[in-house]
Design a protein around this ligand. Sequence first.
Ligand code: NDP
Length: 380
Amino acid sequence: MTSPDATHSDAIQTQARLPVLPPHVRVGYAVIGLGELTEEQLYPAFHLSGQSRLCALVTGNREKALEQAELLGLRPQDVYDYDHFEELKDRPDVQAVFIVLPNSLHREYTERAARIGKHVLCEKPLSVSVADAEAMVLACKAAGVLLMTAYRIQYTPHHQAARELIQGGTLGKVKMMAAIDVQTEPNEGQWRLKRDLAGGGSLLDVGLYCLNTARYLSGEEPYEVFAYTHSTPGDERFGEVEESVSFTLRFPSGLISSNFCSYGTSKHRSLRVLGEKGNLLLDPAFDYTSLRLMVDTETEVRETLIRETDQFALELDHFSGCVLSGEAPFTPGEEGVQDQRIMEAIYRSAREGRPVQLERLEGRDLFRGKKPAQIERERA
Ligand code: NDP
């Protein structure tokens, strides 16, 4: 792609348009699992969300949690351990939980939260199997609480702009998407390398971004997958889960999506979309900040400048808005279940060395709720 500097840039301002609510009417959350994502991304996001407030912490490490609580302005009685999670039932200020635990624990805490009447925002992947993910959807339905898969990318302005360019026809008929999400983490001993906690390797962790983004940008569902997995012989990190996966998805419109994810390659996260009349590049595509969107069509080459907004705050705002209105989230549990189905097909294809068929589904956004209301863009 030609350098965007060669032509012109245009600017898009993105703003959260949901009203900033007074603290006492914001949706109150308990965060479950105080690891890296919670501490580094979610605490700041709660601070930025005008619809949400953090009321309680659930942890296996009380000492760490008490320190964090003090910094967050929470009281010692706002810290719960896993065994006493159900005591949150008596906290009317806590309407929702945010599950930020290792993947295989997502089902248990979703079911426990549903049983005490709390709405559930659950980190990706929704779970470690189709069966678990479907059970989570059912548990929340039966309890009358909302379940949202925390797919921050679908609330991210750069990806929303890319989706509009693709679905609005700017690139013409889209033929190909190529996504890469690779990194060298995790280190030995991390739960991400243990099958019983992670459920799989790089596919469930970073490959899911490639898969979910292809579905989100196109709005379509794949009907066939073909995949290879690879783990470096002798690398002890990959005794239980795979290092790398290469997978191809075929969509009803003819679109082919080609993807590579790995735990064994230095960090790179990009997405290229090729259409009859133009192409676009998101690079980096899946990072928390500093995303870049470049568009190259028959008439212009430009970088679309989009004002950065905290991805996790946007996601939180959306879910809180749903809790307040009772509407289904844009990325409900069903959206996570569908990715789980496709990931199981990807593993099966790699195991059996042949393409695997999925149910052929026509139509767009079949597993999504109403488009998020909070994002409006204005040309500067
Ligand atoms: P961490 O390992 O940093 O934290 C996980 C936390 O879970 C731990 O700190 C611990 O909290 C709790 N925990 C409970 N049981 C266990 C156990 N058996 N082993 C390890 N931890 C346990 O993980 P992350 O925060 O990076 O990931 C958590 C979830 O968030 C995962 O599902 C992951 O896929 C997802 N994620 C999503 C991202 C996104 O961009 N949307 C980015 C990163 C992660 P405590 O000490 O309080 O008990």
